[in-house]
Design a protein around this ligand. Structure first.
Ligand SMILES: *Cc1c(COP(=O)(O)O)cnc(C)c1O
Length: 540
C-alpha cells in the first residue's frame, strides 16, 4: 500500500520496553512540569484497525473525524487506508490536505449548511447523507451530481449518546423521501444509520441492518441502484471493551441480509472505537481542601486538578462519560482512605470531575492519570478561565513502528526522530521560561489553597526529595511548618533553607524566590566544588 500523506507531521517518541505509565512518570519528573498532558499511543490505534479488519473483514471503517481530530490520529488512519466521516467543510478540507482521495470521504451530516455543500461540490466530495426533504432541495440546487445515502432512524435503547431524536428518517417515512429524491432527479446510492454513540447493546445492529435491507428494496423499486450500506458508529473503544460481540451480531446480520457477493459495499463510521483507549491524560493536584466534622476529625477531601469539565473533561457533560483516575505513584493500600471529590481548576462550581471516590490522603503535586480519554475530549474542550488545553505527547512502540515500515513501505521515514530532540528542547526551554514567570505570580494564591494540608512528621529534606516536582507555594508552606532547618522571612522569602537536591535548589533560585542580594547558591563542599560533587545547597 502506498502512503498518501506525510507521516507524523509532528514528532513522536519510539518506545522500546517502556510502558505509557513509564513515559508519564518520566515526563512528570521533568523540571518544572506541572501542566496536564496527554500521551497518545499510536500503537493502540494501529492495533484497533488491525482488530477491526480481523473481526469485521467486510466492513470498511470511515473514521468519524469529530471524535478526535488530532493531526497524528488523522495521519495514521490516512496511512492505514481507512476512509473518513466528515461533518463540515473544515473536516473535509483537513482530510483532503492529508492527500486522501475524495472517494475515501463521506459527508455524513444530514443537515449541511449551503456553503459547505457548495464547497463539497467544488472539491468533488460526492458521497453524503440526507434524512429530510429540505436537504434534498438544497442538494439539488448546489450539488445535483452528489451520491446520496439515506439515513434512517434506528435507536439503541440505552446508548450513551442517543442520536435518533435529532437525525434519521423513520423507516416507515423513507419511501416518501426516496420518491422526492427521484422526482428531483437525484442519485441515491445507499442507506445509512447510527444506532447511537456508545451503544450498549449490539443486538440492535440486527434490527438496523434488516431495516436497511427494506429501504434498499424500496429504493430499487423506485429505479435507484443502491450499492452502499453504512452501519454508522456506536462501537465501544475503552481498553476494557471488546468488539467481539458487536462483530458477531453485525456479521450474522450481514450474512442474512447482505450476503457476500451481493454487490453491496459495507462501510461503518467508528469514532470512539478508534481513539478512546489511545489517549491517557495526566493531571496534577494543584490544591486541596480537607473537610473536618465538628469534633475535628477528617471526613472528606476535595482535590483540585488542572484540567476540568471546561477542558478535556467536557466529555463528562457532553459525552456522559464516567471517568476514573489512577494514582501515578504507587501507594501503600493499607493506609487509611477517605471519601474524596475531584474538581477542575476553573472558578465554576459546575467544574467537578469526580463526585465521590475513595482515595488515600494525597499531597499537592501528586499526579492523577486518566486512561481512555481519547474520544470526545480534546475536540470539544475550551480554555475557559484561561486554563490552556493539555499538550499531546505522541509515542509509538517499536514493534508498531516496524509494522508500519513494513506495511507502508519506504515512504515512512524515521527522520522526525532526530528533529524531535531539538524541537523538544526548545519547547522545554520555552516552557520553563514561561513557567517560572507564571509560578512566581501565582505563588501567593497557591500557597493559601495548599495550606489546608496536614504534614506528617518528617523533615523538609525528606519532603523535598520525594517530590517529582516542586513549586514555590509548597516550599513556602513547608518552610513555615517545619521547625529548624528553614525559616520564612518577614517579607515572605526563604532564608537558610537546605536542599538535598540541586534541581530543587535551582528551581527556587530561578523562581526569584531569594531576596535581593541573597541569590547565590552555597554549596557545602565550598567554592571549588563542581556541581556534580555537591550534595547540599543552602540559600541566604
Ligand atoms: C458521531 C458520529 C459517528 C461516530 O460515532 P461513535 O459512536 O463515536 O462511533 C459516526 N457517524 C456519525 C454520523 C456521527 O455523527
Amino acid at each position: 500500500m502506498k502512503l498518501e500523506c506525510n507521516f507524523f507531521a509532528g514528532s513522536a517518541r519510539i518506545l522500546n520496553e517502556e510502558t505509557i505509565t513509564d513515559v508519564i512518570k518520566e515526563k512528570t519528573r521533568e523540571f518544572g512540569q506541572e501542566d496536564p498532558f496527554f500521551v497518545m499511543d499510536v500503537g493502540d490505534i494501529v492495533q484497533k484497525i488491525k482488530v477491526w479488519k480481523l473481526k469485521l473483514p467486510r466492513v470498511k471503517p470511515f473514521y468519524a473525524v469529530k471524535c478526535n481530530d488530532h493531526p497524528t490520529v488523522l495521519e495514521i488512519l490516512a496511512a492505514l487506508g481507512t476512509g473518513f466521516d466528515c461533518a463540515s467543510k473544515t473536516e473535509i478540507q483537513k482530510i483532503l490536505e492529508l492527500g486522501v482521495d475524495q472517494s475515501r470521504i463521506i459527508f455524513a451530516n444530514p443537515c449541511k449548511p449551503a456553503s459547505h455543500l457548495r464547497l463539497a461540490a467544488k472539491l468533488q466530495v460526492p458521497l453524503m447523507t440526507f434524512d429530510n426533504e429540505t436537504e434534498l432541495h438544497k442538494i439539488s440546487a448546489y450539488y445535483p451530481e452528489a451520491k446520496l445515502v439515506i439515513r434512517i432512524r434506528v435507536d439503541a435503547p440505552d446508548a450513551q449518546c442517543p442520536l435518533g431524536m435529532k437525525f434519521g428518517v423513520l423507516p416507515a417515512d423513507a419511501g416518501a423521501l426516496l420518491a422526492t429524491a427521484q422526482t428531483l432527479g437525484l442519485n441515491v446510492v445507499g442507506v445509512a444509520f447510527h444506532v447511537g454513540s456508545g451503544c450498549g447493546d449490539s443486538t440492535i445492529y440486527h434490527e438496523a441492518i434488516s431495516s436497511a435491507k427494506m429501504i434498499f428494496e424500496e429504493a430499487e423499486a423506485l429505479g435507484f441502484s443502491p450499492h452502499l450500506l453504512d452501519i454508522g458508529g456506536g462501537f465501544p473503544g475503552t481498553s476494557s471493551s471488546s468488539l467481539d460481540e458487536f462483530a458477531e451480531n453485525i456479521n450474522k446480520a450481514l450474512d442474512e441480509f447482505f450476503p457476500e457477493g451481493c454487490g453491496v459495499e459495507v462501510i461503518a463510521e467508528p469514532g470512539r472505537y478508534v481513539v478512546a483507549s489511545a489517549f491517557t491524560l495526566a493531571t496534577n493536584i494543584i490544591a486541596k481542601r480537607e473537610v473536618n466534622d465538628d469534633a475535628g476529625s477528617l471526613t472528606s477531601v476535595m482535590y483540585y486538578i488542572n484540567d476540568g469539565v471546561y477542558g478535556s473533561f467536557n466529555c463528562i457533560l457532553y459525552d456522559h462519560q464516567d471517568v476514573h483516575p489512577v494514582m501515578l505513584q504507587e501507594r501503600n493500600n493499607k493506609k487509611p482512605h477517605f471519601t474524596s471529590s475531584i474538581w477542575g481548576p476553573t472558578c465554576d462550581g459546575l467544574d467537578q470531575v469526580v463526585s465521590k471516590m475513595s482515595l488515600p490522603r494525597l499531597p499537592c503535586g501528586e499526579w492523577l492519570v486518566w486512561p481512555d480519554m481519547g474520544a470526545y475530549t480534546l475536540v470539544s474542550a475550551g480554555t475557559f478561565n484561561g486554563f490552556p488545553l493539555p499538550k499531546v505527547m505522541v509515542v509509538i512502540p517499536h514493534h508498531t513502528w516496524l509494522y508500519l515500515e513494513e506495511h507502508l513501505g519506504n515512504n515512512v521515514s524515521m527522520s522526525f526522530l532526530g528533529a524531535q530532540n531539538e524541537e523538544e528542547c526548545l519547547a522545554h526551554d520555552q516552557h520553563e521560561a514561561e513557567g517560572s514567570a507564571a509560578l512566581t505570580v501565582n505563588a501567593a494564591s497557591h500557597y493559601s489553597t495548599c495550606a489546608a494540608k496536614t504534614l506528617e512528621p518528617t523533615t523538609l529534606e525528606d519532603y523535598v526529595s520525594q517530590l517529582t516536582f516542586i513549586d514555590i507555594g509548597e516550599i513556602r508552606y513547608w518552610a513555615r511548618l517545619i521547625q529548624g532547618g528553614a525559616g520564612l522571612g518577614g517579607d515572605g522569602t526563604l532564608e537558610n533553607m537546605v536542599f538535598s537536591n540541586r534541581e530543587h535548589h535551582q528551581a527556587v533560585s530561578l523562581l526569584g524566590f531569594f531576596p535581593e542580594g541573597h541569590g547565590e547558591h552555597h554549596c557545602s563542599a565550598g567554592p571549588s566544588c563542581k556541581d556534580s560533587e555537591a550534595t547540599m545547597y543552602t540559600s541566604g
